[in-house]
Design a protein around this ligand. Structure first.
Ligand SMILES: [Zn+2]
Length: 215
């Protein structure tokens, strides 16, 4: 029982995991000395659960750019100590979609863009600032740069530069290359990402964080 109480607040749920006997995996947030630490947990007792949990944890570390939280075994945190919760929840769900051996490492910051018929690149300018670029020869490049920047702003709760719509930045002024790589393809198609959000809200996942707390 004590274990349940110590999990913290559930911020996301992946249910019926097809890669591990339909178990449910939760992402929990705990606050330790003012910093947010995150725990991947399952209530399932199936034998394969420990292996799956550690694969998801490692995947989350790689794809969200998180590190072990000092003094809190099993917990991960962002190096900046902030939440970035929207981006984290989405990255968690993306990682959970894959079988253990398909999770892999961080994703590249260069991607082909179907709508722009060109390559788009996310360039770090330091201090949490990122510039989206396309080849100058590309006809739709400028339009797609603006769309992807707005996509990142929504998905990662970033700010679009007031004077340059190709630039987005994190308020924490810290680099988050892995998060940018993980959500790049989402930013390219932000409308479908938003539709998935609505579906997920309909399932009650977003509406009921922490509702599983024992009492
Ligand atoms: Zn940060």
């Amino acid at each position: 029982m004590g274990q349940t109480r110590d999990l913290g607040r559930r911020i996301e749920l992946h249910s019926m995991d097809p890669h591990c006997q339909d178990i449910s995996l939760g992402l929990y947030r705990q606050i330790h000395q003012g910093r947010s630490g995150y725990l991947v947990h399952s209530y399932s007792g199936v034998g394969a659960v420990e292996g799956r949990l550690s694969a998801i944890r490692e995947g989350l570390a790689a794809h969200a750019g998180m590190v072990p939280m000092e003094g809190q075994p099993g917990l991960l945190e962002f190096p900046c100590g902030n939440d970035h919760e929207k981006a984290l929840r989405r990255t968690f769900l993306e990682v959970c979609k894959h079988a253990d051996d398909e999770i892999g490492g961080a994703l590249p910051l260069v991607r082909h863009d179907k709508k722009g018929e060109c390559e788009l690149t996310v360039n770090s300018e330091g201090n949490g600032r990122y510039r989206i670029t396309a080849p100058e020869s590309s006809e739709n490049g400028a339009r797609r740069i603006r769309a992807v920047a707005r996509g990142f702003a929504k998905l990662c709760e970033m700010n679009v530069d007031e004077t340059d719509e190709a630039v987005v930045s994190f308020a924490c002024q810290t680099e988050h290359n892995s998060l940018m790589g993980s959500l790049f393809f989402r930013a390219q198609n932000v409308r479908s990402a938003m539709q998935e959000d609505e579906l997920s809200a309909g399932r009650g996942v977003l509406a009921a964080p922490g509702s599983q707390d024992d009492s």
